[in-house]
Design a binder for this molecule. Structure first.
Ligand code: SF4
Length: 103
């Protein structure tokens, strides 16, 4: 069911709960092949990154390209709810499922 902003009042309770529920998408990233440039912590980019740069728009304060632009990595781990949400969005938009969280 497609829901537009302001139309949630018309939804049955179970649908309303589904709309408000945060994403449960799990990463398929491989923690055994983390990009070595990642700062230590739960969030990481693995070696399947194709440098599409989509994630950089979602979490510009957390994700960065290296100098020769051959890799994307976490330069900083999320430290608050807003940053965690940004990391989650980056994970959700990654087309190769290269962003993971093993925390
Ligand atoms: S979205 Fe995924 S594939 Fe694209 S640059 Fe970010 S980590 Fe790499």
């Amino acid at each position: 069911m497609e829901v537009r902003a302001g139309e949630t009042h018309a939804l049955p309770r179970n649908e309303l709960l589904r709309v408000k529920e945060p994403s449960k998408r799990k990463s398929m990233a491989d923690k055994a092949s983390k990009q070595p440039l990642n700062v230590p912590g739960a969030w990481y980019v693995d070696m399947t990154c194709t440098m599409c740069r989509t994630c950089l728009e979602e979490a510009p304060n957390l994700l960065k390209t290296n100098e020769d632009e051959t890799a994307v990595y976490f330069l900083k781990q999320p430290e608050n709810d807003a940053e965690t949400a940004a990391a989650q969005r980056a994970m959700e938009v990654c087309p190769t499922l290269a962003i993971g969280n093993d925390g």
